[in-house]
Design a protein around this ligand. Sequence first.
Ligand SMILES: Cc1cc2nc3c(=O)[nH]c(=O)nc-3n(C[C@H](O)[C@H](O)[C@H](O)COP(=O)(O)O)c2cc1C
Length: 458
Amino acid sequence: MIGLRKGVTRLGARRIDSLLFGKCQAHRFLSNSSKDLHRQKTILKSSFGGLAASLLGASLLSYYMFNAKSSVHEYVFGPLLRNIMDAETAHHFVVKLMSYGLFPRLFEGIKDEDKVLGVKLFNNQKYLEIPIGMAAGLDKNAEAIDALFNIGFSYVEVGSITPLPQPGNPQPRFFRIPNDRSVINRYGFNSDGHWSVLSNLRIRVEKFLTKFNGNVTAPNSFEDGKILAVNLGKNKHGDEINDYKLGVSRFGPYADVLVINVSSPNTPGLRNLQKKEKLLSLLDAVVEERNNIKLSENPLNKGKSGQLPPIVVKIAPDLTESEIKSIAETVNESKIDGIIISNTTISRPTVYNSPEDPIFKEAGGLSGVPLKPISLKALRTFAKYNKDPKLTIIGCGGISTGQDAIEFAKAGASFVQVYTGFAYTGPNLVNRIAEEIKDELKKEGKTWEQIVGADLKK
Ligand SMILES: Cc1cc2nc3c(=O)[nH]c(=O)nc-3n(C[C@H](O)[C@H](O)[C@H](O)COP(=O)(O)O)c2cc1C
């Protein structure tokens, strides 16, 4: 037995040697007859040919699999994932793939030869090259930032993050409604907490700086024309003001924009923070805290003057006209820089599904296609009462096409965010929306900036 194994091992070793050591091969060729030499050359050629063909095939396949534009993601992997995993498992799975860099990307980025998509924000303090962002809630713990930038988002919002880690609501808490391309979620701010998420952001910065030996000037997104936003929440039993202040001082140095989320429907009492007195005290407190942020805590800002992050508040779509008017007055009175309209809805709008479907009885916030008319209406109402032309308005809710994005822009949104549309369409969504926006703009002979707020000027 041992002898046999030795014989096999010797044989195997000789074959490996002959493959590895070209010299031995050459020596053997020289001592062969010319017929043998010809035969061996042919074998060698065909095996090299086979190897080259397999390498080419493998590279083409991996190019296809990792190309965000490939339709396999939307038509094969997406539906497959929805078939084999429940919504929450699929969510965690995709974020993990992204965190390991195993996610498709747009190899050539988004093409904007005529420079029609760019937009200045926050009173010209910031610039976005593509007016499409990833909304909060997908990357709650800042693990997938660069994967999201790599599929074309110019703006990535991580969070919501709570000061202390908390598990959120019991499962199941995330439900798909595929016919309506919508979902209901009641995650309830499941968060790894400030310190854990902050450490993810710090590690990302350290890795980036190492590449450049520390000699680099960049925003937290790492690229001009892109924005990294951090969305702040409060713990279930946390303090209505202090939880946000802590978020501002801790994440301020690592964020290009800070978002104050007072509109998740899944944290009891949170939406009450949208009421006039409470909202004004909160916004005043966070602006004061923002003005004291120590930018130098982030090694990216060492030795540079840096820019304090603008503050943005995110509101619900389920508000009456007078409530939205009151929010507009409060926001105008405060010194914040922008507003996101909107979060998910607690109402149950449907498109194709029957409202009798038991899924609509699930508590939580609904997002996706049926939310669009509600969030767009809320945005229009806000724009009607807003008296500050420098305030940046951000549209969100049911956006999945270029046409949707343009409607929000004309209503007053400087850029838009998506979440549920991405969950259903996959990595090609941003590129597709951008192409559709460009086509529409071409027809109108305008740039994105020229259509922002166009409906308000009528
Ligand atoms: C699963 C899920 C989790 C979300 N979590 C958050 C969150 O933590 N913080 C937040 O501000 N918004 C959160 N949102 C709301 C989205 O950011 C967005 O406002 C909403 O989904 C509407 O956009 P959409 O129709 O494009 O999805 C979440 C949405 C979904 C679907």
